[in-house]
Every structure is written in structure tokens, then in C-alpha cells.
Ligand binder design. Structure first.
Ligand code: NAD
Ligand code: TDX
Length: 340
């Protein structure tokens, strides 16, 4: 029987992956380790907890002793590492924890995979490791051969982790894969990120803070399509390979914000252009040819469908985000946006 360790599964993409896997592979055992940072939420995993094939362990991936003891007890067949500090703006304020979790945490997991029987390891990485593309060259895309060229402490930490993962493949022969995905959106997305922040603020008739002129471009992928791609890579991806994941869904930030305003029937006067993010990447755009040709992966959800589904989810799950924004989050919001 397959027994998969999912790290960071109380966060946005990890939790969506857990639900995807429990449904797609009802015979697999899924164990989640997550230390429940500000971004982790046990409420998100409430339904998964009812499944007898699922186990949650509160633990830190940088804690070697704790990680080794769960590997020893469980006998994993694969590890999928989502656990990370994931917000670029926070990495600009306080980089250290990004280096600790994203780089050293990855190393602890890789060591455990070696120690407990050369276990299959998948690293969930990001298109941000490629840096950015210019706005006036729509013909350019990130391929797996695009050089690593990072901008923020977040992306630098993710790139470092990728390099360590590939070093464990080359040096020790550990069976690894890496995926680099574009911006995700969908259910359980933490309110600090662009799309949920704009939905929640628009619902609350609060200002919508757009960085700079709102012309930066992101390549949006509905989270379920990302989960499906990871499943395919872990099952059939070639060992030692990197796969880009993205669905050719490029939008300027201002476009995304105006779409949300329209869906919610709010007024564009809520938009407030604020001071730009330092080092703000201009454009991300993924070329997904490799995963399409090798594994047959294609996105199933268009941006138009996905954004409707996402807004609907936030309307129907107010308790989930109201709990978050009524807590510590307000302090963060004040610090990042107050007087910006
Ligand atoms: P998230 O911030 O929503 O969730 C991260 C989870 O990791 C949280 O549950 C948190 O508690 C947990 N965590 C953090 N530090 C930990 C530690 N030391 N030990 C154990 N658990 C820890 O992040 P997300 O958006 O779901 O991103 C998941 C992964 O996907 C990250 O590796 C991120 O770099 C990558 N990624 C994200 C996107 C995106 O658009 N969100 C795109 C591409 C790649
Ligand atoms: O209030 C805001 N106003 C704004 O204009 C916020 C929060 C963001 N933005 C802009 C900055 C970006 O150009 O929107 C764009 C998206 O911002 P984020 O949601 O913070 O995402 P991004 O920085 O693109 O990074 C995301 O995608 C890649 C994830 O957070 C990363 O974890 C992932 O690796």
C-alpha cells in the first residue's frame, strides 16, 4: 500500500492536494506533518480527519528528531514537500525563517528519505526561481532550462532548496523530482495573497491595495490542476527531472482585481494604488510543454471558471476566513498596508 508523507498540508496547496489524493486514491494512506504556522489551519483539514486513511501530526520539518521518528513509525513510500514560508512580502520583512524552513527543512526531509530506504521525494517549487520576464516580450516563457535568477528572499530560498534536492539526486542517487508551478488560486488560499485579499476586502467594502500601477503579470492556475500535475509527476515523472506547471493564463494584477470587483458587483473606486513591492517581479509565464508531452497533463479549469468557483467558495465559507482575519492577521495587515 502507498503511504505518502505530505508536508505543509494544513496550508493552501497542501490541503487541496490531500483532498485530491484522498478522493483519487482511496486506497492510499496520507500522513500530513505541519507545525501550524500562521498559514496553517487545522480547520482546513477537519473533513480529512474523518478519513481512516489520513493522519495529522503536528511537527516542524526542521526538527530532525521529530521527522526521523515519524519516518521510522510510518514506512513512507513517497514524500511530497509543500511545507514552506510562502509569502514574498513577509520574506522582505523577515527573511530568516524562510531560509530555515525552506532550505534546512528540505535538507532534513532529504536526509530522512536517504536514511529510511531511498524514499521517493518530490519538491514543490515555484516559477519564481526563474526570476521575471520583461513586460514587452510576450513571446518569452520560462522553460525548465531557463537559468535560476531570483529576486526575493523567498524565491532565493526556494531556488536553494531546488539545488539541494538535485544535489541529493546526483550525489546520492536519491529518487527525486521537482515541479515549478505558477501562481495558484482556489479554496483555502490564505487571505494575505492577492486573490483572497481582494475578494475579502471587496466583500467588506474595504480599499483594494494594488501595488505600483497594477501592470505586473502573473500566470494563474486553479489549485486542483496543480494537485493533479503533482500526482502525475510522483506516479510517472522521470527521476532527476524538473517539470514546469502552468496553464497559459496570464493576467495583469489590475485585470484580476477588476474581474473580482465585477463578479461581486462592487465599484472600481475601491481600488487604491499603493507603494510598490521592493524588487517586484514584472511577469511570470510558464511554458508547460514538457509535462504535457511527457505526462499528458493539461489544465482543466479556465481562469474565467476558476475565479467564479473561488469567489463562490469565499462566499460560502465565511467562517473560515473570518476566523483568520479576526485574529493575528489584523496586526499583519496594519503593518503592511497602514499608511502605505
Ligand atoms: P501556505 O503558506 O498556504 O502553506 C504552507 C504550510 O506549511 C502551512 O500549513 C504551514 O503551517 C506549513 N509550514 C510552514 N513552515 C513549516 C515547518 N517548518 N514545518 C512544517 N510545516 C510548516 O503555502 P502554499 O501557498 O500552500 O504553498 C505550498 C508550497 O507550494 C510552497 O512550497 C510554495 O513555495 C509552493 N508554491 C506556491 C504557489 C502559490 O501560488 N501559492 C505557487 C507555486 C509554488
Ligand atoms: O495586496 C496586494 N497587492 C498587490 O498588488 C498583494 C498581496 C499582491 N499584489 C500583487 C503582487 C504580485 O504582483 O499581486 C501579485 C500576486 O501577489 P501574491 O499573491 O503575493 O503572489 P506572488 O508574489 O506572485 O507569489 C505567489 O506565487 C508564487 C505565491 O505567494 C508564492 O508562494 C508562489 O511561489
Amino acid at each position: 500500500m502507498k503511504n505518502i508523507l505530505v508536508t505543509g498540508g494544513a496550508g493552501f496547496i497542501g490541503s487541496n492536494y490531500i483532498y485530491y489524493m484522498l478522493e483519487k486514491h482511496p486506497d492510499y494512506r496520507i500522513v500530513c506533518i505541519d507545525n501550524l504556522t500562521y498559514a496553517g489551519n487545522l480547520e482546513t483539514l477537519k473533513k480529512a480527519m474523518e478519513n481512516k486513511n489520513f493522519r495529522f501530526v503536528r511537527g516542524d520539518i526542521t526538527d530532525r528528531k521529530a521527522v526521523n521518528s515519524i519516518f521510522k513509525a510510518e514506512g513512507f513510500t513517497a514524500v511530497v514537500n509543500f511545507a514552506a514560508e510562502s509569502h514574498v512580502d513577509r520574506s522582505i520583512e523577515e527573511p530568516e525563517v524562510f531560509l530555515k524552513t525552506n532550505i534546512l527543512g528540505t535538507q532534513v526531509l532529504l536526509d530522512a528519505c536517504r536514511k529510511f530506504g531511498n524514499i521517493r521525494y518530490h519538491q514543490v517549487s515555484t516559477d519564481e526561481v526563474y526570476g521575471d520576464l520583461p513586460l514587452d516580450r510576450p513571446d518569452l516563457f520560462f522553460t525548465e532550462n531557463t537559468p535560476i535568477h531570483t529576486s526575493s528572499p523567498y524565491s532565493a530560498s526556494k531556488a536553494s532548496a531546488d539545488l539541494i534536492v538535485m544535489a541529493y539526486y546526483r550525489t546520492y542517487g536519491l529518487p527525486v523530482t521537482v515541479s515549478r508551478c505558477s501562481n495558484n488560486y482556489g479554496p483555502y488560499h490564505f487571505p494575505e495573497k492577492l486573490i483572497p485579499l481582494m475578494i475579502i476586502n471587496a466583500l467588506n467594502k474595504k480599499e483594494l491595495p494594488v501595488y505600483g500601477e497594477g501592470l505586473n503579470v502573473r500566470d494563474w492556475l486553479y489549485v486542483k490542476d496543480h494537485c493533479k500535475a503533482i500526482d502525475m509527476i510522483v506516479e510517472n515523472g522521470r527521476i532527476g527531472e524538473v517539470y514546469n506547471i502552468g496553464g497559459h493564463n496570464e493576467r495583469t494584477n489590475i485585470d484580476v482585481v477588476k474581474t473580482i470587483i465585477k463578479i461581486l458587483g462592487r465599484d472600481e473606486s475601491l481600488i487604491k494604488y499603493v507603494k510598490d513591492r521592493p524588487g517586484h517581479d514584472l511577469r511570470y509565464a510558464i511554458d508547460p510543454t514538457k509535462i504535457k508531452n511527457e505526462l499528458g497533463w493539461e489544465p482543466e479549469t479556465t481562469f474565467e471558471e476558476g475565479i467564479q468557483l473561488t469567489v463562490k467558495w469565499y462566499l460560502e465559507n465565511r467562517y473560515w476566513w473570518e476566523n483568520i482575519i479576526n485574529g493575528e492577521y489584523m496586526k499583519y495587515y496594519e503593518k503592511m498596508y497602514g499608511g502605505r
